[in-house]
Design a protein. Structure first.
Length: 332
C-alpha cells in the first residue's frame, strides 16, 4: 500500500480517473465494498488512482486495507471534517478526471461504465452528471446523454448538488476546493462553481451511485446541535454563492442567482421540517431579508419553486407550510 511520501515520487502515466474516497468511523466492510466497486470497473491499474482519506477515525481501517496492496493510497489525518478530507484528496490527485465517493457508498458497475464511456468517446468532456439511488436494483437501459455548456445547464435545468454525482475534469476544477468547516451542504457550494467553469457537460439520468441511508451519518442526525449546524452551514453557502454571483459576468450571474434562489427555497423548507418552529422560521427569514435574499424572486424555475415561493412570501402561507409540510413528509 502506498503512502503519501512514496506516492509523490513515483513517475507514472496520468491515470484516467482518480477516485477520492473519504472515510470516518465507518464499518470497514462498507469501505471495502466501496473500494471493490471501483476495482470492478473496466479501468486498468494504470488508468485508475484510488486515494482513501481517513479523516481521523477512532480506529484506523489499515488492517482491512492491507489486502489491496498497492491498488490504493491510504492517508490518515487529524479529524477536520469532510471538506478538508476531500481537499487533501484533490491536492494529491493526478487523474485527468476526478470522482469523489463517500466511504459508505459505492459505484454501480454497469451504469457507471456508461459514464466512463462518455469521457472515453468525447475528449472534450468537462463534466458528466449522473444520478444516485438507494436501491440495489437499477435499470440496465439508459437514455443518451444530453450535451450542454455548464452555464446553459444551470440556467435551464434543476441540478443535483451532490458532488458524488459528478465525474469531472481535474483541470476544470483548477484551484476550486471545498470550504473548511462547512460539513453540511459543502457540495452545494462547490458543484455550481464547478459547472460554471465547464464548457462541455453531459447530463444523464443514469443511476450510477449507490447512496447508503445510515441513521448514524451526519446528515441524518436529529439532535438540536446537528440541526442548527446544518441550517447554519446552508445559509453560509447561500451567502457565499450570492456574493460570488455579484462579481460574475451577466450570464454566469443569472445562472448562479437561479441556483441561489432554489437553495434558499430548500433552506426554508428544511427549516420548517427540522424545527417545526414559527420563531425559528421568522428569525431565518429576517436574516435572508437583510441579505436581499427574501422575498424569493418571482421566477419560472420549477413548479415546486413557484408553489413554495407563493406560500412562503406571505405570513398566512408560512403558517400553512408549518402545519402541512411535516405531515406530507411523514406520509412519504
Amino acid at each position: 500500500m502506498q503512502n503519501i511520501q512514496n506516492h509523490t515520487s513515483l513517475q507514472k502515466p496520468q491515470p484516467l480517473v482518480t477516485f477520492i474516497v473519504t472515510y470516518y468511523n465507518l464499518p470497514v466492510p462498507m469501505l471495502c465494498e466501496c473500494i471493490n466497486s471501483i476495482l470492478a470497473l473496466s479501468l486498468s491499474p494504470a488508468e485508475r488512482e484510488i486515494i482513501v482519506i481517513d479523516d481521523g477515525s477512532e480506529v484506523s481501517p489499515m488492517n482491512g486495507l492491507m489486502q489491496y496492496g498497492n491498488e490504493l493510497i491510504y492517508v490518515r489525518q487529524s479529524n477536520g471534517g469532510v471538506s478538508i478530507a476531500r481537499n487533501t484528496g484533490l491536492q494529491m490527485a493526478h487523474g485527468k478526471y476526478i470522482q469523489i465517493v463517500d466511504g459508505d457508498d459505492y459505484l454501480i458497475k454497469v451504469p457507471y461504465e456508461h459514464c466512463l464511456d462518455i469521457i472515453r468517446k468525447n475528449n472534450d468532456t468537462d463534466v458528466v452528471l449522473f444520478d444516485f439511488t438507494h436501491s440495489k436494483n437499477v435499470s440496465q437501459t439508459f437514455n443518451a446523454p444530453v450535451k450542454y455548456s455548464g452555464i446553459e445547464f444551470m440556467r435551464t435545468r434543476n441540478m443535483r448538488g451532490a458532488i458524488w454525482c459528478c465525474l469531472f475534469r481535474n483541470a476544470v476544477r483548477s484551484q476550486l476546493e471545498f470550504t473548511p468547516g462547512i460539513n453540511y451542504g459543502e457540495d452545494e457550494e462547490f458543484t455550481p462553481q464547478l459547472l460554471l467553469r465547464a464548457e462541455i457537460v453531459y447530463a444523464t439520468d443514469i443511476k450510477a451511485y449507490f447512496y447508503r441511508k445510515r441513521e448514524a451519518s451526519a446528515v441524518h442526525k436529529k439532535d438540536e446541535d446537528s440541526k442548527q449546524k446544518r441550517l447554519n452551514d446552508t445559509i453560509c453557502v447561500i451567502k457565499s454563492l450570492n456574493m460570488k454571483a455579484d462579481r460574475m459576468p451577466n450570464n454566469d450571474r443569472l445562472a448562479m442567482q437561479r441556483r441561489v434562489a432554489q437553495l434558499t427555497m430548500d433552506y426554508l423548507y428544511d427549516t420548517i421540517l427540522l424545527t417545526h418552529s414559527q420563531q425559528e422560521l421568522d428569525k431565518r427569514i429576517e436574516e435572508l431579508y437583510n441579505e436581499g435574499l427574501f422575498p424569493l424572486p418571482d421566477r419560472d424555475y420549477s413548479q415546486k419553486y413557484k408553489w413554495f415561493r407563493k406560500m412562503a412570501n406571505s405570513s398566512l402561507g408560512r403558517k400553512i407550510l408549518l402545519k402541512t409540510l411535516p405531515l406530507l413528509k411523514k406520509e412519504r
